[in-house]
Design a protein around this ligand. Structure first.
Ligand SMILES: Cc1cc2nc3c(=O)[nH]c(=O)nc-3n(C[C@H](O)[C@H](O)[C@H](O)COP(=O)(O)OP(=O)(O)OC[C@H]3O[C@@H](n4cnc5c(N)ncnc54)[C@H](O)[C@@H]3O)c2cc1C
Length: 399
């Protein structure tokens, strides 16, 4: 394989420059492959921009765990800040909903948690290495993540005030996840990783991707302004991944757990040291470069349905009751967590097309798990074993 990137062809073309695609591109380059990374926007401008920035070591239990069953009655009214659902979407996607709920069975918990544990562990190692190499170490905080309850048992109120002197006494107890880190701008971290890829002679192409077409031993990628050819194509298009796979005969059961954020001017006298997860209020508050970012729970609906700010409107007053902050900065943001019925991503070969690789569906923890998702794909392209067990993530389980 050639070591230099030619104008219109490469060993690997990576589609999508979110955290997953950028990571696949870095890792493929590190294996000596020539790589072109394509996105219609700048790297890290979509889902990988607007998330809560948490590099979570402990998120091995997906939303569809056994406790979801007991919580279901509280979601029926469709007024819960944790989960809103669109009845028309639910009827149209009953098959996905039934499969998602079936995965909440106790017997399905342990294998999925074990799989995610391996993926998260491998990914956090890469983040901590890459963020230094990408000259973005100033963006990571190793201060953990505080999950706090307005009622009952764990870190008591006094210990919590010692950790976060700025917060008002609304919580009775909290749990500090010490192994979790966070960043002050997930979009900027992805951009820094993309720059690191470019510095390693990787090529970044900004263009809309129209189609992927089998072409002899490899692939032709049709762009809005030209075409690329490659032996290997990696689909890392996050919530948009099913669109380009449809014409190849793949019906991907991907749903969209949409979420919103809004940022607010911080009060310099009341800084936050770490993200706070209000367990009962169902929101997260993360200190970011631009201000305090409040992120909402899940809205199950079509990917491109009009925005509804009901959940943000519900939680922002609660967040104001936790720490003082000023006016909103900019407009509210909306994104979609891409989720398969078992809440595990697809990481591996497309079943019926050699040289086509799938890397998406990283649900609530894609910013955390992007690096190892990309590194595993690059290892498989290079004919090597990924550094963790990827069998649970095989695309063939659904395609
Ligand atoms: C509110 C919210 C909070 C979250 N908080 C966290 C958190 O704290 N920690 C965590 O780990 N995860 C979090 N997540 C999840 C995480 O953000 C996602 O799982 C992750 O960003 C997905 O990354 P990706 O690379 O797969 O997709 P994306 O970042 O969406 O990248 C896909 C790329 O494909 C490009 N693209 C799509 N179609 C085309 C086309 N036709 N042509 C050209 N380009 C195209 C897009 O422009 C985009 O850049 C959160 C998500 C949300 C919504």
């Amino acid at each position: 394989m050639s070591d230099s990137v030619k104008a219109q062809s490469a060993d690997v073309v990576v589609l999508g420059a979110g955290i997953v695609g950028v990571s696949a591109a870095i890792a493929a380059r590190q294996r000596g492959l020539s790589v072109i990374l394509v996105d219609r926007r700048e790297p890290g401008s979509e889902t990988s921009y607007g998330n809560a920035g948490i590099l979570s070591s402990g998120s091995i239990l997906p939303l569809n765990k056994p406790s979801l069953w007991s919580a279901l009655p509280t979601y029926l009214s469709n007024r819960n800040a944790a989960l809103r659902w669109d009845p028309a979407w639910t009827i149209r996607n009953l098959d996905w909903v039934v499969r998602f709920l079936a995965n909440a069975a106790p017997s399905r918990l342990r294998p999925r948690a074990a799989a995610l544990h391996g993926l998260i562990g491998a990914s956090l190692k890469l983040h901590r290495d890459w963020i230094v190499k990408a000259d973005a170490a100033h963006r990571i905080r190793e201060t953990g993540w505080l999950k706090a309850w307005r009622s009952d048992a764990l870190v008591d109120r006094q210990a919590m005030s010692a950790l976060e002197p700025s917060i008002l006494p609304v919580y009775k107890v909290g749990l500090l996840h010490t192994q979790t880190a966070s960043v002050d701008s997930p979009g900027a971290v992805v951009k820094a990783y993309a720059l690191m890829f470019a510095r390693s002679s990787g090529e970044i192409r900004q263009s809309g991707i129209r189609a992927i077409v089998p072409d002899g031993e490899g692939w032709r990628v049709v762009l809005a302004d030209g075409a690329l050819s490659a032996r290997h194509v990696v689909v890392a298009l996050g919530p948009w991944s099913p669109d380009l796979l449809w014409p190849l005969g793949y019906r991907v059961p991907l749903a969209f757990e949409r979420g919103y954020h809004r940022e607010f001017k911080p009060n310099p006298a009341r800084p936050l040291q770490r993200p706070i997860h209000d367990a009962e209020g169902s929101f997260l508050m993360t200190p970011m470069e631009q201000g305090i970012r409040v992120t909402s729970g899940v809205e199950l609906t079509a990917r491109d349905a009009p925005s509804s700010f009901a959940q943000l409107d519900q939680v922002v007053p609660l967040a104001r009751g936790v720490v003082e902050f000023g006016d909103a900065v900019g407009e509210p943001w909306r994104g979609a967590r891409p989720t398969l019925p078992d809440s595990l991503p697809m990481i591996g070969p497309a079943p019926r097309h050699p040289g086509l690789w799938l890397a998406f569906g990283n649900q609530h923890i894609g910013f955390t798990t992007g690096p190892a998702t990309g590194a595993a794909i690059a290892a498989m392209i290079g004919g090597a074993q990924p550094g963790f067990d990827v069998s649970a993530f095989a695309p063939s389980r659904y395609l």
